[in-house]
Design a protein around this ligand. Sequence first.
Ligand SMILES: Nc1ncnc2c1ncn2[C@@H]1O[C@H](COP(=O)(O)OP(=O)(O)O)[C@@H](O)[C@H]1O
Ligand SMILES: [Mg+2]
Length: 364
Amino acid sequence: MVGVARRRLSGLIVSTVSLRNIRSYARLDLDLRPGLVLVVGENGAGKTNLLESLHVGTQGFSPRTRADAQLVRFGERAGRIALKGARGETPLELELTVEVGAAKQGKINGAPLRAAEQLRTEVATLVFTPDRLAVVKGGPAVRRAYFDRALGRLAPARAQLSTDYAAALAQRNASLRRVAGGFSSRDALTPWTEQIAALGRQLVESRGEVLAALAPGFAERADELGLPAARMTYEGDPPTVDALEARLDRDLERGSTGLGPHLDDVVLTSSTRDLRSFGSQGEQRLTVLALLLAEAELIADRRGFPPLLLLDDVLSELDPNRRRVLAERVQQTGQTLVTATQASSLPVEPVQLLEVTPGLVRAA
Ligand SMILES: Nc1ncnc2c1ncn2[C@@H]1O[C@H](COP(=O)(O)OP(=O)(O)O)[C@@H](O)[C@H]1O
Ligand SMILES: [Mg+2]
C-alpha cells in the first residue's frame, strides 16, 4: 500500500551544517555526528534556530513559520543553509538560499530544484516542537492536517490528494452558492459532487491506510512511554454521490458541503480515554512522541533509512524514566538532535554534545 516512493524518499545523516545569515547565526560551520546529539544552551541561545535550519535545509520549509524572510538574520538581505551528509551509502549535498522578497532556492547535489519544498520528497525529517501538542489537544483540523502530511511523507505519490480534495470542495461550495443565488442550475453541481465523492473516497481510504500502518508502532511506543492501550480511530465515512445528493437542500442553504473528509477526525485514546479532553499535558506530549516514533520506524522500515529526528524542548516535561525510554529508543536510529537547557536532562550519554551560545555552536 503506502510504499509507493520507496526508491526516493529516505533518511539522511547530516555530517556538516553551514549557515550564513540564518536567524541568530551570522556564520556557522559545524560538524555533526550520527546518533544522538544533545544540543544545550540557555533560553534564547539559538537551539531552536539550529534545529529549524536543519529542518529548512532538509525539507525546504520551516516548521514554525511560513514567512521565509524571518529566517534571514536581522539586517541582512539573504541567508544560506548548506548541508552535507549521506543518504544510506550515497553522499548528498543540500543547499537552500533565502532572500528577502524572493522565493527560496533549493539545490540537491548542485542541481536546482523547481521548488524548495521538493526536498521533502528526497529526504525525511520529523520534528517535535511544543507546538505539536496541538495535534492532540487542538481541533479536528489540526489532526487532519497532521495525518495528511504523514500521508505525504509515507506515500509521496499521494501527497497532493488532500490539496486536490480541498480544491474540488472549494469549487463545489462556490457552485452551491451560484445555484442558491439562481445564477446556475442544479446540473452544474453534478461534476463537483462526483469529484467530491471520488477524491473523498480516496482520501478517506488513504488516511485509513496511514492509520493502520502507524497503529501498531504507535501503540507499542506509547505503551513503552507509559500510555497503555493507545489507539487511533478514524471518525468519518467516505462520501458517496447518493449521500451528497440526499443533503443537497441543506448544502444549498448553507452554501457549503456538509459531508466529507474535510469534517472527519482522528480520535486518539489511551485505555478508551480520549486524550484530547482527558490527557494531561505530559500524556499529550507522550502521544505526539509516540506518533513521531511510530512514523520514524515506518519510514526506516520502508526506505531502509531512518529519518532525521529533531526533538526540540521535548525533555522538559518528561519524568526521568520516560526521558530514558525516549533517549534509548532514538539512540537506536540514524541521527537525532535533542535540545535541553542542561546537559543533565538527558539520562544517557550522547554521541556528541553541542553547546549553544548566541550566534555560536561549539562541540564540548
Ligand atoms: N532573523 C533573526 N535574526 C537574528 N536573530 C534572530 C532571528 N530570529 C530570531 N532571532 C533570535 O534568536 C533568539 C532565539 O533563539 P532560539 O533558537 O529560539 O533560542 P532557544 O535556544 O531558546 O531555542 C532570539 O534572541 C531572537 O531574537
Ligand atoms: Mg527553543
